[in-house]
Design a protein around this ligand. Structure first.
Ligand SMILES: Cc1cc2nc3c(=O)[nH]c(=O)nc-3n(C[C@H](O)[C@H](O)[C@H](O)COP(=O)(O)OP(=O)(O)OC[C@H]3O[C@@H](n4cnc5c(N)ncnc54)[C@H](O)[C@@H]3O)c2cc1C
Length: 498
């Protein structure tokens, strides 16, 4: 096996990465980090790198078009930021108001402290919440006594949450909190695929309350209780990070690192506005056709990161069954309407990071994030940036709605829920059609079939948000794992695997 540092431009294997979103960037970066002389081609169909990640400066506001933060676990995204020199650019959420709200009958109620998506770590705040009726609270407490499910096949989030916590807690707490993350229909979302931690809690501790209490005690024993005690409601907000100048900073830093390595070795390239249009097997290698290029590119391995149906379309000619599995993964769309106001135009104290709206409230919006409260530097002084989410699996019509209707809807909702008055200073609309994969019941079985088919195609690797996690850390992990698998398969000796 040649040592990584000895790879010469003439003998170095050539690897193509299709798609330059965060997954493709993480894969290309990992390949060059571990094997600096490798010939890596990063091929992106769009005019810029980053995929859905993009930060804009609009009228003094720093606006994210899609993701505005990432969680610390798995640690892959934070670790990557640190490895590429962004450690001083990482920012934490504002420690003063780490909580969120849920709408009930037109009013915002704090998520009960310590309620982590489905697992209550503290019971007293649940007993005092205005979000549940006395009967709903009693039923939630009975979770402690609900027996463990015997069947092992995948279960929908709605069924899991109703069975364990009761219908009211599902409709009023779980559905809005989880839909805020997955923009999904809870009746179809697989709890094992999307939120495996909770299925595991039931499996190991029988009850979510028991499991959450156990974890809390274990954390206290490790003397992290001080941190845990500051946890806000709904999610552990201290666990979320962003970058001082927004998510584009991560994209630019990765692109810079990749370019530096390619320049040093003199091989490889980043192609923009160049889509992979076809992949074929050719003499034990892979032949990649690229739009706008006459000659195909022959490579030793390929990492594909476009959406699952797009990846399926590229490989259909040699594995129709795999293509059909990939095309079967459904996607949902959403719209973000980002609005900037003067602080004095909003009556609500904005003493949290945002709110989510239960489906049973029958309102046209899914959630709103108080972006400039959550992270510093998002709005000019005495101003506020809000991002309102619409659409999702349950309201696909709103992704297609015209701008005027979206603006009117958002203005009316913010006036009614937050007491907003007067015109906004900025209003940006970002549409994300089919951008969010939906891990429906059966997703894990589908993944097993996809992985079995992939074993037949040495050198072909799939990565991205369609498979084992939609968040940025999961995408980074997926891209890096695909890169490592490709190097291992090609028997390229790597620099220290860190
Ligand atoms: C509105 C929204 C909000 C989100 N909020 C958060 C959040 O706050 N925190 C979080 O952790 N996650 C969030 N996510 C999820 C996360 O941002 C995404 O899952 C992740 O960025 C997807 O990265 P990716 O590289 O896998 O895919 P993408 O970003 O979709 O990139 C895929 C790339 O492949 C390219 N491509 C497609 N076909 C081809 C082809 N044939 N040849 C070459 N290139 C091709 C595309 O042009 C695209 O650039 C959010 C997602 C959305 C849509």
């Amino acid at each position: 096996m040649p040592a990584a540092s000895n790879l010469s431009p003439k003998t170095a294997p050539r690897i193509a990465v299709g798609g330059g979103g965060i997954t493709g960037l993480a894969a290309a970066h990992r390949l060059l980090e571990l094997a600096p002389g490798l010939e890596v081609w990063l091929i992106e169909a769009g005019p810029r790198l980053g995929g859905v990640l993009q930060t804009e400066n609009v009228g003094g506001f720093l606006v994210e078009r899609s993701a505005d933060n990432f969680i610390r676990t798995p640690p892959s995204a934070e670790a990557l930021c640190r490895r590429i020199g962004l450690q001083d650019e990482l920012i934490e959420t504002n420690p003063d108001c780490r909580r969120a709200f849920i709408v009930r009958k037109g009013r915002l109620h704090p998520v009960p402290e310590g309620f982590l998506l489905m697992a209550p770590t503290r019971l007293w705040p649940l007993m005092r919440t205005g979000l549940l009726s006395p009967l709903g609270k009693l039923r939630l407490l009975c979770e402690y006594l609900v027996p463990r499910r015997k069947r092992t096949e995948e279960e929908s989030l709605a069924s899991f949450a109703r069975r364990r916590l009761g219908r009211e807690a599902f409709e009023r707490l779980v559905q809005p909190l989880v839909s805020g993350i997955y923009t999904a229909d809870a009746e179809k979302l697989s709890v094992q695929a999307a939120l495996p931690r909770f299925a595991e809690m039931e499996r190991t501790h029988r009850s979510l309350i028991r499991a959450a209490m156990h974890e809390r005690e274990a954390a206290a024993a490790k003397k992290t209780a001080a941190k845990a005690g500051k946890e806000g409601s709904g999610a552990r907000y201290g666990m979320f990070l962003s970058l001082r100048k927004g998510m584009s900073q991560l994209v630019e830093a990765l692109a810079g690192r990749i370019a530096e390595r390619q320049k040093a070795s003199g091989v490889g390239s980043v192609l923009l506005g160049a889509a992979v249009s076809r992949i074929e097997k050719a003499n034990g290698r892979w032949r990649i056709s690229i739009t706008g290029r006459d000659e195909p590119l022959d490579v030793d391995a390929v990492v594909l990161t476009p959406s699952a149906p797009q990846a399926g379309g590229l490989i259909e000619s040699f594995d129709a069954a795999l293509a059909s599995e990939l095309s079967g993964i459904p996607y949902a769309g959403s719209v973000i309407v980002a609005v900037g106001y003067r602080r004095d135009q909003i009556r609500h104290p904005l003493d949290g990071f945002g709110f989510v709206v239960p489906a049973i409230e029958r309102r046209p919006i899914l959630a709103a994030s108080f972006s400039s409260v959550k992270f510093e530097g998002r709005a000019p002084s005495q101003h506020v940036l809000l991002r309102v989410f619409l659409g999702g699996a349950e309201r696909p019509d709103l992704v297609e709605a015209d701008d005027d209707l979206l603006r009117k809807t958002v203005a009316a909702e913010l006036q009614s829920l937050l007491g907003v008055t007067g015109p906004w200073i900025i209003c940006q609309i970002y549409r994300w059609k089919g951008a969010m994969p939906q891990y429906h019941v059966g997703h894990l079985e589908r993944l097993a079939r996809i992985e079995a088919r992939l074993k037949e195609h040495r050198g072909l690797h799939l990565a991205g948000n369609a498979y084992r996690g939609v968040g940025i850390p999961s995408c980074v992990q997926s891209g890096e794992q695909a890169a490592e698998a490709a190097l291992k398969e090609l028997r390229v000796a790597t620099a220290q695997l860190a």
